[in-house]
Design a protein around this ligand. Structure first.
Ligand code: ADP
Ligand code: 5GP
Length: 212
């Protein structure tokens, strides 16, 4: 996912934010994130490592770093992953270096990770801003997974069965977005991100500039 901002007058915050986005598979995380990256400048996406097979519409290095179990294990053993989890039968993990670099340089970065990974990130970075995307119902989640048409039936069934485990942790998150009507969900999701980037603590230079 690439950031292509439209706001010509956007000013990046002095200190970036670390965003964690979770929700059951098929709830609309990728859809909401793609649009947020298009309209909000300066947001970076943390490209995860995974042992799952690429989907037809996905690109190496953009959506994920696809790798063997051995390569994943090596990243884990050398401390190269900030967090990791087994989700829906595959391994996923966030490479540590890009996240640490973004934070050190004051840039904002977004992690699309499951609830187990989110818990590990919260422990490492208590200031992380966490957003949970809710489906309107489990029935609509199932319909979306099937309509997406990118996973075979066995994979879809497993994801539906495990959706409840992800939903059970939604209460741990700072923000809830209900992705029912997509246009409203885009607005609400982007509002959360933009508001967080305008916290006073991230905008010290504006206070100085306004009084200069
Ligand atoms: P996730 O990344 O959470 O697994 P996706 O963004 O891939 O989910 O969305 C799953 C499917 O649901 C996609 O086909 C997407 O186009 C569709 N979708 C997303 N949001 C909505 C919505 N509000 N209403 C109907 N379909 C949606
Ligand atoms: P998908 O296979 O549909 O792309 O992702 C399945 C699940 O894995 C989603 O809940 C997604 O958020 C999660 N996921 C993706 N990358 C990571 C990661 O690096 N770490 C963790 N813990 N979960 C991830």
């Amino acid at each position: 996912m690439e950031a292509r901002g439209q706001h010509a007058r956007w000013v990046a915050p002095d200190i970036g934010a670390l965003f964690v986005v979770s929700g059951p598979s098929g709830t609309g995380k990728t859809t909401l994130l793609r649009e947020a990256f298009r309209v909000i400048p300066g947001l970076e996406f943390s490209v995860s490592a995974t042992t799952r097979e690429p989907r037809a519409n996905e690109r190496e290095g953009v959506d994920y770093h696809y790798m063997s179990h051995d390569a994943f294990r090596q990243m884990l053993d050398t401390g190269a992953l900030l967090e990791h989890a087994r989700v829906y039968g595959n391994f996923y993990g966030s490479p540590r270096a890009p996240v640490e670099r973004a934070i050190a340089e004051g840039r904002s970065i977004v992690l699309d990770i499951d609830v187990q990974g989110a818990e590990q990130v919260r422990t490492a970075y208590p200031d992380a801003v966490s957003i949970f995307i809710l489906p309107p119902s489990l029935a609509s989640l199932e319909a979306r997974l099937r309509a997406r048409g990118l996973d075979d039936e066995r994979v879809v069934r497993r994801r539906i069965t495990e959706a409840d485990e992800q939903l059970a942790q939604a209460g741990q998150y700072d923000y809830l977005i209900m992705n029912d009507d997509l246009v409203s969900a885009h607005t609400q999701f982007q509002a959360v991100i933009v508001a967080e980037l305008h916290r006073r603590a991230r905008r010290g230079s504006w206070l100085d500039a306004a009084r200069s």
